[in-house]
Design a protein around this ligand. Structure first.
Ligand SMILES: [Cu+2]
Length: 172
């Protein structure tokens, strides 16, 4: 049984890195005219490739990588997440700063170790949020909500209550 769970985890991780690798292909051509070695990125809306969210997030959301590899430590990344109406991410924290722009819908967001929308904020389209590393917070979606998250990897989700971790639930 343990072995089975472990292989599931490996599969999930492999799927994640595949998804990331695919996205990283974009914008690899270098600017010859300026000699600038940094890769540039242009992503039009039709080029955003949605896939299932990583197992660290509750199921039902979708994720697209716009830039970089969110699993890589010390490297910048930008991703989008599409959250269905009523979607929730219970109190959690990240090892790095999380920067969010709301592109569609309304993102509810609050700070603290208890999921309490009454103590949170409703962020409509155009809103920006910065959640410093290790700060406990929670989010919920009002209407189908699309957010852009950028920061420096690794993008990891740690739950305040172990029971909220979908990775734990999946291995039950
Ligand atoms: Cu978060």
């Amino acid at each position: 049984m343990r072995k089975f769970q472990f292989s599931l985890l490996i599969l999930a991780l492999a799927a994640m890195s595949l998804g990331f690798a695919q996205a990283v292909q974009k914008g690899k051509d270098k600017s010859a005219s300026t000699g600038n070695q940094a890769a540039h990125v242009f992503v039009t809306p039709d080029q955003v490739k949605w896939g299932p969210a990583p197992p660290s997030l509750p199921s039902g959301s979708q994720l697209a990588v716009l830039e970089g590899d969110p699993s890589k430590a010390g490297a910048p990344f930008a991703i989008r997440a599409k959250l269905p109406d009523g979607y929730r991410v219970p109190p959690h924290w990240h090892p790095t700063d999380e920067r969010i722009v709301v592109l569609q819908g309304t993102l509810g967001m609050g700070v603290g170790e208890k999921f309490d929308p009454a103590a949170g904020h409703e962020l409509p389209v155009g809103s920006y949020a910065l959640m410093p590393k290790e700060m406990r917070h929670f989010v919920w979606a009002i209407g189908e909500t699309v957010i852009q998250v950028s920061g420096t990897g690794p993008f990891e989700v740690n739950y305040v209550n172990a029971a909220d971790d979908p990775r734990k639930a999946a291995s039950k």
